[in-house]
Design a protein around this ligand. Structure first.
Ligand SMILES: N[C@@H](CCC(=O)N[C@@H](CS)C(=O)NCC(=O)O)C(=O)O
Length: 80
């Protein structure tokens, strides 16, 4: 499984998720949507939304699942 967090620094909900990352058992790639507009376009194309934080979960088959809501993302990552 592969995990990527779409975020930007000034977003307080993103900061909550970012603060939870160091204690996790999994690696999460950080994708800053303001520094890299390609990430924002990719998220918008796939979900129709630009809301962050958003977690992209990619399984071994390359299938993608996008998760919104900081609380849900933190709970999910902590459950891994
Ligand atoms: N309830 C959401 C709130 C997320 C939220 O409001 N994100 C803001 C940035 S702080 C945002 O992305 N707004 C722009 C948009 O929705 O396109 C959460 O907890 O993740």
């Amino acid at each position: 499984m592969n995990y990527a967090l779409y975020y930007y620094d000034m977003c307080p909900f993103c900061q909550m998720v970012l603060r939870s990352l160091p204690g996790l058992n999994v690696e999460v790639e950080k994708r800053n949507v303001l520094q890299n507009p390609e990430y924002r376009q990719q998220q918008q194309k796939a979900t129709g939304r630009t809301t962050v934080p958003c977690l992209l979960i990619t399984n071994e088959q390359g299938e993608e699942q996008w998760m919104f809501e900081s609380r849900d993302i933190i709970a999910f990552l902590n459950s891994l």
